[in-house]
Design a protein around this ligand. Structure first.
Ligand code: CA
Length: 229
């Protein structure tokens, strides 16, 4: 049995949607806090210390992408982003700024609850996994699995939980091409190949934070971590 209540921050300015989401998540046993605009979402992330954030993109103040950027810069938190249907730009930018998963509106409350549970399970399972090697050193890359910290050339990079897990997977088999479908299955736990764009977006995030030369793209196949021994 879990002992502590999981905390969810729901960021949505449309009151009806926010209320429906909060009701459903409270019924699932979550402690829910709500914010209705960009600045108060960033404030709430600091004060409430959520375990997961459900974040709408279109918000007053500044948008959900900016909220995600600011929150992730302070403390990595798993983010489920809510996007307008078919807005692929929002989706890709969202994943690039550190969202872990996304859902297009309209969505069912049942699906939302399932995604929040899945996201938490994945992050908690990966965080709790006993690290085989606490410290991975590959060239100028240093990954501390116990503390979930990453340095390249002695400079710390602030990764989201998903980016960290993806990097650890790639680092487990350096210079080996890992197919996107396999990364999706191992890091996200999805067998569905249609989600491989998610892998691409998180690779983009890793390159932005750790240097473009670190990960090689093998077109049509997948990715490989390129570091010296
Ligand atoms: Ca909105």
């Amino acid at each position: 049995m879990e002992t502590t209540e999981r905390r969810v921050l729901v960021v949505e300015d449309e009151r009806a949607i926010a209320d429906a989401v909060a009701v459903r998540l409270r019924a699932e046993g979550f402690l829910v806090h709500m914010a209705g605009d960009g600045p108060s979402a960033v404030q709430a992330a600091r004060a409430f210390l959520p375990d997961v954030i459900v974040l709408d993109v279109m918000l007053p103040g500044f948008d959900g992408l900016e909220v995600c950027r600011r929150i992730q810069a302070e403390r990595p938190v798993p983010v489920l982003m809510l996007t307008a249907r078919g807005d692929e730009t929002d989706l890709l930018v969202g994943l690039a700024v550190g969202a872990d998963d996304y859902m297009a509106k309209p969505f069912s409350m049942r699906e939302l609850a399932a995604r929040v549970h899945a996201l938490l399970r994945r992050v908690e399972k990966n965080a709790a996994r006993p690290a085989q090697k606490h410290l991975i050193r590959l060239g100028d890359l240093e990954i501390n699995q116990a503390e979930r910290r990453v340095l390249r050339g002695g400079v710390e990079a602030h990764l989201t939980p998903t980016e960290f897990d993806l990097l650890v997977h790639l680092a487990g088999r350096p210079r080996t091409v890992l197919p996107r479908e396999r990364l999706l299955a191992e890091v996200w736990g999805w067998a569905d190949a249609s989600g491989t764009r998610t892998v691409d977006s998180h690779i983009k995030g890793l390159r932005r934070k750790l240097g473009a030369d670190l990960i090689r793209t093998v077109h049509g196949v997948g990715y490989a971590l390129e570091v010296d021994r």
